[in-house]
Design a protein around this ligand. Structure first.
Ligand code: ADP
Ligand code: MG
Length: 587
């Protein structure tokens, strides 16, 4: 065959290799900030300053006070596959630093102008090395304090195709900000400052103690999150999970407040995201995203971080215990979101409503008002209800005063006015009752008169054989009837009318993906939810004061009663000082 039609194989030159690697690591200025910040944290920095110009497209510089780079290692720092963080093959199984692949600096140097300046403790001076588009200059001495500065200018100056993908300054800056926030929530002990175009944008002081940590959480996630979150801390199976989970009231339409760290590294992982979502499924309105900052600590040997060059993905040696711990801990914490037990701010609509302008009642109107009050008992609840002042203990949701438009219960508690959506609240109460009953009896299996036969793949059939106990527990009796067929002999009683084949298939795919399935529980919950919805008090039913008080007391002792079965809030509160503001009443 003619040689011209068959290209010959040759080794790529180093500069090209680095540019290819840069394709994966350096997407935009924020990627530079991420890599440089990680290096500073790995160097044990106590204080890091990030400087960004024009969203980082023109210049990114990261200064730290870490251990620095030995002058003789400066050339190696920008060489490919050169790192101080791994020495032997075994180290790769237990990575304890954020970096370890030794490719960030050379990749960056291949697509931008890179300057590294560093001085180690006790040295006479610092040293500087400049690289441009992969070409390395000579190192030269510079005056500077101990620590390292890495400066990157003109990103993609030599890769016009990539430059086109850069967005507006504000967009790039937002990405940089996100990276800094992620890192700030992962390294409490390090003070971090972000400056844009020479102005201080963010400042995260070092935060060692618990209070200081909470301050940083508020700085990154917002005050509203801190005010309405639950701290958690749980240990099991050699792992520890701690952090803060947002109450449903601070859920979002986006996943922007979901921070998950494994051994200090921010990650995005299917197993943990799924576990958290599932834990929230009963209290979040569909489409809402939970907010959380969670930290998982486990033996580095149990998780592989060498999955992707950016190291945002991980692979667990065994994902089941991780999923269990995350699901169980978050779910249990949320269980206790009983009405009145957790802080609740007035909804934004009332919190920011301007006080109404003072009405001037004409005399005639005032007279009418007097007649009206004479005709109507001003406090119909007074005889039935102990006055809140007189009672020794006012329950969190207070005492019922009246029903509004057949939909809302108005009650008075210590702080002021309480408003309850009676259908939503009752629905949750009924659901939790049904669930308790189901829990006591367990999932009852119902044998099928005629077994259902299904065709499945080899792998699915193997999976069913291997997970017989899991199916049993869920109320299914499933056996293999051929290499690619199974028969279902019994199903969960309450779901006997469901589409059995579809349910079994869903359970199989859950087990294939997560090692276990909550599908039956979930389907049961949906079913119970529908039952609860049907049997809960409908709007427009008149309730007596006593009935309303009974409902309030039940809410206080029912798990998850802050939200209805669909995740909508069941109650809200308007404190007296808020009311006073509406009426311009000074106190
Ligand atoms: P990696 O972080 O995977 O080792 P990098 O290319 O990011 O690879 O960095 C190469 C090496 O340069 C690091 O292993 C480290 O020894 C050194 N280095 C980079 N940045 C710093 C810094 N800010 N402080 C001290 N050493 C640094
Ligand atoms: Mg690195």
């Amino acid at each position: 065959m003619a040689d011209s039609s068959r290209p010959r194989i040759r080794e790529l030159e180093p500069r090209l290799i680095n540019q290819i690697a840069a394709g994966e690591i350096v997407e935009r200025p924020a990627s530079l900030v991420k890599e440089l910040l990680e290096n500073s944290v790995d160097a044990g920095a106590r204080r890091i300053v990030v400087e960004v110009e024009q969203g980082g497209m023109q210049r990114v510089a990261v200064h730290d006070d870490g251990v620095g780079i030995h002058p003789d290692d400066l050339e190696l720092a920008v060489a490919r596959h050169a790192t101080s963080k791994l020495a032997a093959l075994d180290d790769l199984d237990r990575v304890a630093t954020l970096g370890f692949r030794g490719e960030a600096l050379p990749s960056i140097a291949s697509v931008a102008r890179l300057t590294v300046r560093s001085r180690i403790e006790g040295a006479d001076c610092g040293w500087e090395l400049v690289c441009e588009g992969g070409a390395r200059g000579e190192r030269r001495p510079v005056a500077r304090e101990a620590g390292t500065t890495v400066e990157v200018r003109d990103l993609f100056f030599n890769v016009p195709a990539r430059r086109k993908f850069l967005r507006a300054e504000a967009t790039e800056l937002a990405h940089v900000d996100n990276v800094v926030r992620r890192l700030a929530l992962g390294s409490f002990e390090t003070a971090i400052e972000l400056r844009h175009n020479a102005r201080v944008g963010r400042r995260y002081p070092a935060s060692g103690g618990d209070d200081a940590r909470a301050q940083r959480v508020a700085a990154v996630c917002g005050d509203a999150f801190l005010a309405q979150c639950l701290p958690i801390d749980e240990q099991a199976g050699g792992m520890r999970l701690w952090g803060w989970i947002g109450l449903p009231a601070v859920s979002r339409s986006q996943t922007d407040l979901q921070f998950f760290y494994i051994n200090g590294r921010w990650i995005r992982d299917k197993v943990v995201t799924h576990a958290v979502r599932q834990a929230y499924s009963e209290v979040l309105y569909q489409g809402r995203q939970p907010a959380y900052a969670l930290y998982l600590e486990l033996d580095p040997g149990r998780v592989d971080v060498n999955v992707h060059p950016t190291k945002h993905e991980v692979r667990f040696r065994d994902s089941r215990p991780v999923h269990d711990l995350v699901y169980r801990t978050v779910h249990r914490a949320l269980e206790h979101t009983r009405a009145g037990a957790t802080p609740r701010a007035a909804p934004a609509a009332t919190a920011h409503r301007p006080p109404p302008t003072q009405a001037r009642l004409p005399l005639a109107a005032r007279e009418q008002l007097a007649t009206y009050t004479a005709l109507h008992d001003p406090s119909p609840a007074a005889e039935i209800n102990p006055a809140p002042e007189a009672a020794t203990v006012v329950p969190p949701l207070g005492f019922a005063l009246a029903q509004l438009k057949g939909v809302y219960i108005l009650a008075e508690n210590r702080d002021g006015l309480v408003l309850v959506d009676m259908h939503a609240a009752h629905e949750r109460i009924v659901l939790e009752k049904l669930k308790r009953e189901l829990g006591d009896a367990g999932i009852v299996a119902q044998p099928l008169l005629v077994p259902v036969s299904m065709t499945v793949s080899d792998t699915e059939a193997d999976l069913i054989e291997g997970h017989a106990p899991s199916f049993d527990r869920l109320g299914f009796d499933v056996s293999r009837s051929g290499p690619r067929s199974i028969s279902v002999h019994s199903v969960p009683q309450l779901l006997a009318d469901a589409d059995i084949a579809a349910l079994v298939r869903d359970v199989i795919s859950d087990i294939a993906e997560h090692g276990h399935s909550r599908r039956v529980e979930q389907t049961l919950e949906t079913l119970l939810g529908n039952m609860a919805c049907r049997s809960a008090v409908r709007a427009n039913r008149r309730l007596s004061i006593a009935e309303m008080n009974a409902l309030l007391r039940e809410m206080e002792t029912t798990e998850r009663s802050d939200q209805c079965n669909h995740g909508r809030p069941t109650w809200t509160e308007v404190p007296l000082d808020e009311l006073d503001k509406w009426f311009l009443r000074g106190r």
